[in-house]
Ligand binder design. Structure first.
Ligand code: MLT
Length: 291
């Protein structure tokens, strides 16, 4: 039964921030939104939760973050503008506690803490998905764990939301969306459940299940269960997957980070694959916590 449902799942993607406003007009009630801001917001949020942070509250504006801090004095203020930690001159007097480098979010700094974060693209993309059935913040750091969680949810639609850089598409986000689409869309996708199924079959807990092919349309064409935006992301990923670091090195945000000595090492950090088993979900109260 599981694998049959798997093939009814449709995949779509938003590749640029310019498409975000359209989300407000979309019916997302049966959609799982997977938000990628590989450099660096979602990578940072997943790292903070792995290191014991209680929750991350993503907000769009600096003023919103400061207002929450006034109500929750124990909360940490975090975020960036132009990649750099937000300072008193931008807030009317309060220096933020953290920037947006995942390497700053150590267990010593974040364990048990609520972190209110505002970034240029990542937090806006997360906020734009409110109203969806499920909203996940994902990265390369926890890609497979998140893909497995999505596969188990069996939603009608999965929407990859690439946060981008400023108003532009971000290559690293499209690559991450392509990587996850690859897992979910191809036998690899079925493989995610299949490997689990095999484990259970091995344990004698599940019968072997057939795979139902897609039915051809009126023109005899079998349309994949994914949009052209997803196909673009998959093809870009397929081309780059043998050396992601080389592919991302020249992206707009990668170049910015490489030009700032203290942020340069964020690039290799954020391109690590599956170092965390954590799945980060945006809950109805507006906070991101582990699933
Ligand atoms: C963003 O949200 O725009 C990025 O995460 C910015 C950054 O960290 O450089």
């Amino acid at each position: 039964m599981v694998l049959i449902i798997l093939f009814e799942m449709k995949l779509d993607a938003i590749l640029t921030p310019a498409e975000l406003p359209m989300l407000a007009k979309r019916d997302l009630r049966d959609t799982v939104c997977v938000v990628f801001d590989v450099l660096r917001a979602t990578s940072t949020f997943v790292t903070a939760l792995h290191n014991g942070a209680k929750a991350i509250v993503p907000v769009s504006e600096i003023a919103e973050a400061v207002a929450i801090r006034k109500k929750q004095p124990d909360a940490l203020l975090a975020g960036e503008r132009d990649g750099i930690r937000i300072r008193a001159v931008q807030t009317g007097g309060i220096d933020f506690d953290l920037g947006n480098s995942p390497r700053e979010y150590t267990p010593e700094k974040v364990r048990g803490k609520t972190i209110v974060s505002t970034t240029t693209n990542g937090t806006r993309a997360l906020r734009a998905c409110v109203g969806a059935k499920t909203v996940l913040a994902a990265s390369f750091l926890d890609l497979t764990a998140t893909a497995q969680f999505v596969a188990k949810l069996q939603p009608g639609q999965v929407l990859f939301v690439c946060a981008g850089t400023r108003e532009n598409a971000a290559l690293e986000d499209v690559l991450a969306a392509g990587a996850m689409a690859e897992m979910l869309a191809t036998s690899g996708g079925a493989g995610i459940l299949a490997s689990e199924c095999q484990a259970r079959q091995h344990a004698g807990k599940m019968p072997a299940l057939p795979v139902e092919p897609q039915s051809p349309d009126a023109h005899g064409v079998t349309r994949p269960a994914w949009s052209d935006s997803v196909e673009i992301a998959r093809r870009v990923y397929t081309q780059a997957k043998s050396d992601l670091a080389a592919a991302v090195r020249t992206s707009e945000n990668a170049q910015r980070l490489r030009a700032i000595p203290e942020l340069r090492d964020d690039l290799p950090f954020c391109l690590q694959r599956d170092i965390f088993l954590l799945v980060a979900k945006l809950h109805a109260d507006g906070a991101i916590r582990p699933v």
